[in-house]
Write a protein that binds this ligand. Structure first.
Ligand code: SF4
Length: 257
């Protein structure tokens, strides 16, 4: 059931609620038509100090279910805290950071090393919105595992930590920073309605602009879970736009975590 975001305990969930400073922008598509670009948000003020312990919702070793890395063995660290408040969020339980135990980084590092021995190919830092926290020390702590570090973020905060792979999943109501648009390896946009496709096209243009002409990120459209309209729109768009590919939440289809 989708909860009403206005009734959620945002007072506890919001680590850094602030109003984005936004600038209206425009660009042209390949046919010369005007694309209304989304406003560029200034990053939220993430925790400025690297944390020695972080709120953890859960850790688990499974398969990556989404995106270009789908189907690969991965160790997940889901951090607590999110103030982005997507109405269709499937991890609303992660929003209040203070409901989840603060876990020392050494403990998480130990679990990552065990996962590496058990076959994990990489670590996924997800949430919640993991970049609400400074991830510098977490990334350092995970280095001895030898596993590449992947990040899943909405891109509303400053980037912290060092990652081999960044999945940027931007939100229409809280557009990402130019920094994350430039840094991501894949851009994954969730589709529920036609406006999400226009947003995805605008994000792709902005990601190319943000890296000054260098090749852009991999482009993926992911239908919202249980959204037949989103599924039809995404499939039709990908069929007509070969630079995009479809991302499915295969872990949900298979009943995996
Ligand atoms: S950014 Fe992610 S965790 Fe936060 S509300 Fe949106 S979907 Fe949920």
């Amino acid at each position: 059931m989708q909860a009403d975001a206005n009734k959620t305990p945002l007072a506890r969930a919001c680590l850094h609620a602030s109003t984005p400073n936004q600038t209206e922008r425009q660009a042209l598509d390949q046919s010369g038509n005007s694309i209304p670009l989304s406003p560029v948000s200034q990053p939220l003020a993430a925790d400025s100090l690297p944390a020695t312990a972080l709120p953890v919702v859960e850790t688990f070793h499974s398969l990556q279910g989404e995106g270009l890395q789908a189907g690969r063995s991965a160790f997940f660290i889901r951090l607590g805290g999110c103030a982005v408040a997507c109405p269709w969020c499937d991890t609303k339980h992660s929003w209040p950071a203070d409901l989840h135990p603060q876990r020392p980084l050494a403990e998480l590092a130990g679990e990552a090393e065990a996962a590496a021995e058990a076959g994990a190919a990489f670590v996924v830092i997800t949430g919640g919105e993991p970049l609400h926290h400074n991830l510098g020390l977490l990334c350092q702590a995970l280095e001895p595992s030898g596993l590449p570090l992947h990040l899943e973020t909405s891109g509303v905060d400053q980037l912290s930590g060092r990652f081999a792979w960044i999945t940027l999943s931007p939100k229409r109501h809280r557009p990402p920073s130019t920094e994350l648009l430039a840094a991501c390896q894949e851009l994954k946009v969730v589709v529920h309605e036609a406006a999400d496709l226009a947003f995805a096209a605008a994000m792709a243009v902005q990601a190319r602009e943000a890296r000054g002409g260098s090749p852009g990120p991999e482009l993926l459209l992911q239908p919202g879970w249980d959204s037949p309209a989103g599924q039809a729109l995404a499939i039709d768009y990908v069929r007509r736009n070969p630079q995009w590919r479809l991302s499915l939440q295969s872990h949900k289809l298979l009943g995996l975590r």
